[in-house]
Design a binder for this molecule. Sequence first.
Ligand code: NAI
Length: 286
Amino acid sequence: KGKRAFIAGVADDNGYGWAIAKSLAAAGAEILVGTWVPALNIFESSLRRGKFDESRVLPDGSLMEITKVYPLDAVFDNPEDVPEEIKTNKRYAGSSNWTVQEAAECVKNDFGSIDVLVHSLANGPEVVKPLLETSRKGYLAAISASSYSYVSLLKHFLPIINPGGSSISLTYIASERIIPGYGGGMSSAKAALESDTRVLAFEAGRKKGIRVNTISAGPLRSRAAKAIGFIDMMIDYSSANAPLEKELSAEEVGNTAAFLASPLASAITGGVIYVDNGLNAMGVGV
Ligand code: NAI
């Protein structure tokens, strides 16, 4: 029987979330996505108008179907957390049930269970600032949107993840090596995410036999990466210095996620899996 996946953090066809959805769909999974509330209207209307049709093509020629798009804001766990200025914000007022707890409840009511949970989202309002110039508010916002969002997502979805299921997030090597320019506490947020991956693997493994891994991905020209401002330089640096000189494609990350979600990876949990043309293994540039 086919698996069902919920992928949080898809709002266009340029990011890792979209590529993961495609690889899972190509492997026969049913696809549900969680889309950031302010990006929901444009994503849904673009989908409807066929703007993504070219990028929906799967290896067998069919088009990826997204069974349902759920509004989601992963910095809020339940309605009591939502401040007045967000509740009354025009971009949020048109949607409902978009806190993490409510989204999980909606998926449960609609489908009963899932097999694969993917977290492909991050946000750091001060990402362009060096850590020394980052405010407490900016640092905590990065951790909230990029790290705790995953703890919360797994906590609320775990009860509906089927036995044998697995969960995957996306991280970046700035967690463990100095990457100047990846600021605002985003390097700290990725370090937390990787540490949490180990602890959550233990807790979700003991509780339900669910596997938890994170993919440390190389640079991709996504919407989020373009906002950081140094993505072209990072792609050039990787081509010049990584063991494999090719540009990384999002599909290569998607295929790794499909492998990690499959029974082929049944003994892999708590891991940071590098999908970066091997750049992480270099000690100096060439
Ligand atoms: P993206 O822009 O496609 O994905 C980020 C998504 O997060 C967007 O859809 C955005 O709407 C969503 N989002 C932001 N705040 C949210 C919130 N509060 N609630 C719900 N959704 C929210 O960009 P990308 O780069 O594909 O990012 C996906 C993941 O990959 C992130 O964790 C990122 O850090 C990671 N990554 C990206 C790399 C790159 O070079 N693009 C390299 C390594 C990791």
